[in-house]
Design a protein around this ligand. Sequence first.
Ligand SMILES: [Zn+2]
Length: 167
Amino acid sequence: MKHIKYLPIILITIAFSSFIVLPTIQAEAAAKVSSWDLVDSGKHLDYDGNSKYMSQVKFGAGLWNAYKKGVIRPDSVSVIQDIYCSDVSVNNNTNATTYGTGKLVFNKKNMDRLSANGKKMVASHELGHALRLAHNTSSDIMCEYNTTRITLSANDKASYNAAYKKY
Ligand SMILES: [Zn+2]
């Protein structure tokens, strides 16, 4: 009878530990980086531009800088410009594109249809590309498709950590 009395306790322990282990595996962040970035040799990404969405770019800079302080800076006379933000107005399904040549181009035709947070997400996402981050899941700033997410996910942070090691 003594053995039977302890059996339920053992079963509960197993169930509880498998409950703990499973979410840990699922929550493990996946870093996704690309083969290029626009970060300079001083480990800075200095931005400038005449885009309609410069305030959203500033928001994006603040978002990434809250995780790694001082990497993204507005361009000034004393620093070299690494990324220039401008706009086009074309009929396609792209909100914005960041090029390895140092240009971030927003498409006004699509950007203006987005919500306030949608615009911020695009600008933050594009700065992520300039920081060497590649596309990730639908819950990340680095999601390929527009969302209203305006905070960094665990994946975004893990990708930034991996990218930062390559500057
Ligand atoms: Zn993208």
